[in-house]
Design a protein around this ligand. Structure first.
Ligand code: HEC
Ligand code: HEC
Ligand code: HEC
Length: 439
């Protein structure tokens, strides 16, 4: 029995050592937050640069409550683990960052640690802001410190156990978080590197577009498409030509999509419309061009979400019930959709999107179609396209069978060749609260 006791003792000791190691690596980042050296550079220029970054990095949008004081926090960020509330980033001494040094701010964006030293929740995309250069972090700090101080403590986070605990965060970080500023790839030109810095870091497109695993972690450079579980929207793969890749779009069209929200062969809907409205429309032309350069250069890869090449129509036609479903779908389309989208799905100018040859219609993952059909929607309202037309919600007027039928119809007509939609898939989404609190 002696050896068993010894074994247990050794195991316990190892466990303690591992825990200590975990603690040490996560909390020992060596930043001296009491060092009061001000950021290097001309204050006015820093504030201006910071204001731009806070816009395009979506910091302001996420840290401002709907209708609230800019940057004063309190906005809920819903995740599948619960709700997290954004912090007050105004320089209020008690509830904001008033007492912070530039180093405290740097530690937050680079190491993901709060003013109080806590490991912050990854709802704050520190996995991406860690790529920020020290200069950009200082600019952001200068900008937030220049705002009028506003008192106000955000509500306490509502996270399911154990996700809110510091232990869970420490473990998650050892798996998915590597602090480190962006390192330019010397094999690429300046535009590509600026684009990579924006997409991966500042604008953190991969927060939505990177394929996540069961613990919501990812290789953040991967843009292979991801279902946003809290919102029930699918952010398509940006490397798959059948999904959201823009590799073969002219640069001007990519700029138009990110600036105005609509383009010839795509438009920003749902969470992407929010991203354009709050973030990308404010990018400078040069920065948008850099993003386009980076996106166009991404090596193409199939998302693996659908059959690779077999035409769906050919397989489906033999199935019992399929032609009946299409017939019903055609009738629904004529009665409810054709007035806007056209008899042959050709659309109408910028106002109403064409459904023929539209990737949003033929995506293997149908969540976005279901969201649009059931709950309606708008494209982004932007300075270049201020009053987008709306898509009416059909949840009140069409039943599950009719919605599945009309979706099947538009997915298999006018040259579109995608899988039929089952009424049970419509049923599964209907009734879930539509959450539009996209980051
Ligand atoms: C998706 C929404 C979202 C975006 C985008 C976002 N944040 Fe946050 N941020 C949060 C949330 C939520 C927290 C609180 C995390 C916590 O308390 O664990 C937070 C916390 C912080 C903190 C720590 C505050 C404290 O009191 O300790 C800082 C600093 C911060 N964010 C800065 C930024 C900057 C700079 C940007 C833009 C580059 C940014 N955030 C973008 C949601 C966001
Ligand atoms: C909040 C989540 C979110 C973020 C952040 C986000 N996207 Fe998206 N994106 C989506 C969703 C959802 C869609 C699918 C709906 C649509 O097509 O608009 C999408 C679609 C796209 C498309 C395909 C558009 C089309 O019509 O084919 C492109 C290109 C794209 N995103 C690029 C970007 C870039 C570049 C960024 C970073 C600047 C970004 N996204 C950030 C959620 C997001
Ligand atoms: C009053 C005009 C109107 C009617 C009627 C209408 N739509 Fe739409 N539809 C729009 C507008 C505007 C958009 C763009 C807004 C968006 O994407 O959220 C849109 C978007 C869509 C999209 C997404 C396309 C994309 O590129 O993202 C699909 C799919 C769609 N409609 C299908 C239908 C179907 C099926 C019907 C009939 C059941 C229908 N619509 C009825 C106006 C309409």
């Amino acid at each position: 029995m002696k050896w068993a006791g010894r074994l247990l003792g050794t195991l316990g000791l190892l466990l303690l050592l591992a825990a200590g190691g975990l603690w040490w690596t996560q909390f020992n980042d060596g930043v001296d937050i009491h060092d009061v050296t001000p950021p290097a550079g001309e204050p006015e220029a820093l504030v201006k640069r910071g204001a731009y970054l806070a816009r395009v990095g979506n910091c302001l949008a996420c840290h401002t409550e709907r209708g609230g004081v800019p940057a004063a926090g309190g906005r809920p960020v819903r995740t599948e683990y619960g709700t997290v509330y954004a912090s007050n980033l105004t320089p209020d001494a008690q509830t904001g960052i008033g007492k912070w040094t530039a180093n405290t701010f740097w530690r937050a964006v680079h190491f993901g640690r709060g003013g109080d030293g806590r490991l912050l929740m990854p709802a704050f995309p520190f996995t991406h802001t860690t790529l920020l250069t020290r200069g950009d972090a200082d600019a952001l700090y200068s900008y937030f410190m220049s705002l009028p101080p506003t008192a106000g403590r955000p509500p306490a986070h509502e996270l399911r156990w154990p996700y809110g605990s510091q232990w869970a965060q420490a473990i998650w970080r050892t798996l998915y978080f590597k602090p480190g500023s962006y390192q330019a790839d010397p094999g690429q030109d300046d535009a590509w590197n600026r684009g990579a810095y924006l997409v991966r870091g500042v604008a953190h497109c991969s927060v939505c577009h990177a394929r996540r695993d069961a613990l919501a972690g990812a290789d953040w450079r991967n843009l292979q498409g991801n279902l946003l579980t809290a919102q029930r929207w699918y952010a398509p793969s940006l490397v798959d030509p059948r999904e959201g890749s823009v590799a073969d779009w002219p640069v001007a069209e990519i700029l138009r999509l990110l600036k105005s929200g609509i383009a010839e062969h795509g438009r920003a809907s749902g969470p992407m419309a929010e991203t354009v409205k709050r973030g990308t429309q404010y990018f400078s032309r040069d920065d948008l061009r850099a993003v386009a350069t980076y996106l166009k250069a991404l090596p193409p890869a199939a998302s693996g979400k659908g059959p690779e090449s077999v035409p769906a129509n050919a397989q489906q036609e033999a199935r019992p019930g399929y032609s009946g479903q299409r017939l019903l779908g055609e009738a629904v389309y004529r009665d409810h959709c054709a007035e806007c989208h056209g008899e042959n799905g050709q659309g109408h100018g910028d106002a109403y999107p064409a459904l023929a040859g539209n990737r949003a219609v033929t995506l293997p993952v149908i969540d976005n179609l279901l969201q649009t059909l059931l709950y309606g929607g708008f494209n982004a309202a932007t300075r270049e396209y201020p009053r987008p037309f709306g898509m009416p919600p059909f949840a009140p007027t069409l039943n599950d069978g009719e919605i599945a039928a009309v979706l099947t119809y538009i997915r298999t007509s006018w040259g579109n060749d995608a899988r039929a939609v089952r009424p049970s898939s419509v049923h599964a989404i209907r009734g879930r609260n539509k959450v539009s609190e996209a980051p």
